[in-house]
Ligand binder design. Structure first.
Ligand code: G3P
Ligand code: MG
Length: 229
């Protein structure tokens, strides 16, 4: 079962910050997940479209200039990173799961991944996931080499056909809606199954028994220690 640091390691350091991502990698997480939003032609690594929860700012991201946003404190004195900064930090030490939070970010993520491929990165260094399946479809059509993860929070779904029809690499499911049928169905279709957000050791055990391929966790060190037991 693969350990995917959720928003870096949001249980330990401020989410989606360089510090959080760096810590997840230092712990040995082979994958890190981050959220991106497009803003004025750039990709901000931030989960919400508002600032209160994760920064010392207030209101909508779109109420501010890029310069003002970058001057905010996203925790421990860090600024909201740009996707390029995260990629430069990771330096191919982990696979980066970029989660698209808005449609506008899709073409920008495509462009940034292609720029990095041209510089020697591999398509295997990235997974682009989203709840926005039309955007994933557009991305896959634009460049079939890009791996995509179809996110779903749907309760009671037991058919992974929607992810297969997107030519996805993985189906990324929330723990609360998980059942054995969807896991087996996804595997039969050649898809990996990743589950979010898993922080409890009892759940690590349960999900490993269910043959889940990877879990997003806020505490990568805890999961990695458990995996290495
Ligand atoms: O990508 C897994 C998970 O991060 C999806 O939900 O809200 O944490 O971005 P959220
Ligand atoms: Mg996310």
């Amino acid at each position: 079962m693969i350990c995917i640091g959720h928003r870096g390691a949001r249980g330990v350091y401020p989410e989606n910050t360089i510090q959080s991502i760096e810590y997840a990698i230092d712990c040995g997480a082979p994958w890190v997940e981050i959220d991106v939003r497009a803003y004025q032609g750039r990709l901000l690594v931030i989960h919400d479209d508002t600032l209160e929860r994760t920064t010392n700012g207030t209101g909508y991201v779109t109420d501010y200039s890029l310069l003002e946003l970058r001057a905010l404190d996203a925790g421990n004195g860090q600024s909201i990173p740009l996707l390029e900064e995260v990629i430069a930090t990771v330096k191919q030490r982990a696979i980066i799961n970029v989660e698209l939070k808005d449609s506008t970010s899709t073409a920008l993520v495509l462009s940034i991944i292609e720029q990095h491929i041209a510089k020697g990165w591999s398509y295997d260094d990235f997974l682009v996931s989203s709840f926005l399946h039309q955007d994933l479809q557009w991305l896959k059509h634009a460049n079939p080499n890009i791996r995509i993860g179809a996110l779903s929070a749907g309760v009671g779904i037991d058919d992974a056909g929607f992810a297969q029809s997107l030519a996805a690499y993985s189906i990324n499911l929330c723990q609360e809606s998980l059942n054995q049928k969807i896991i087996d169905d996804a595997h039969n279709r050649g898809l990996k199954v990743f589950v979010y957000t898993v922080n409890d050791t009892r759940d690590f055990i349960k999900l490993q028994h269910m043959k889940v391929d990877g879990v997003f966790t806020d505490y990568p060190e805890k999961l990695l220690k458990w995996l290495a037991r």
